[in-house]
Design a binder for this molecule. Sequence first.
Ligand SMILES: Nc1ncnc2c1ncn2[C@@H]1O[C@H](COP(=O)(O)OP(=O)(O)OP(=O)(O)O)[C@@H](O)[C@H]1O
Length: 232
Amino acid sequence: MLTIKDCRLVWPDFTADYSLSVENGTLCAIVGPSGGGKTTLLHMIAGFETPDSGELTFDGQDLRPLSPAARPTSIVFQDHNLFPHLTASENVSLGLRASLRLTAEERTLVADTMEAVGLHRLGHRKPGEMSGGQRQRMALARALISRKPLILLDEPFSSLDPSLRRDMILLVDDMRRSRPVTILMTIHTPDEVADLADQMAFVADGRVVASGLPAEIMQGPWVYRHRPESAG
Ligand SMILES: Nc1ncnc2c1ncn2[C@@H]1O[C@H](COP(=O)(O)OP(=O)(O)OP(=O)(O)O)[C@@H](O)[C@H]1O
């Protein structure tokens, strides 16, 4: 279980104070208005931001002293953090081994994962030779192959067209059913994930305003309160 309790981050123009629990094996969608603190929440879990106070544990282990690499997390950033000089297959392989020296079995796993995200013919291409959507799929493949139990996806499919976006959400759903993994995914279009997500957390003003079943969260008063046009 991921447990976040009163984790506070204070910046000159923004204060966050997060509390959220996510059971293992859950697909949890993080939704809410732009600038509300969704990305910052994922960065804190991954270790790129440090809370001044509060509890942050996964399966009882305190994550705060751990570096990002030592955490049980794999994150796909909005800019995909791909290496431009490596091919698509090599970028995906980094999720398994930083040295890129793979066993035969690991090479098969990379090929299977590339196939699962529809990139099996493009393994030799470099990120600069691929579309935005193909780069997103490559970054997703690298996170899925990492074997980390907690996967954090920050708007992973925003540059895909709606039908492909849905395919990728289904792929994420498939992957979590094939191995024990907990996924937190920020998304601007909650409708697209409402039927698959087990949990939805509404984040605004640096807080988890509400968390529960997607149908409940999407109908709650917080949705109207935090509409851009009602701001101010
Ligand atoms: N390192 C930082 N230092 C200071 N302020 C920051 C930092 N990172 C983010 N912020 C601020 O924190 C707030 C929340 O940003 P965040 O990116 O988490 O929002 P978001 O909900 O993910 O937005 P969007 O949906 O637009 O991606 C914003 O006001 C942002 O400017």
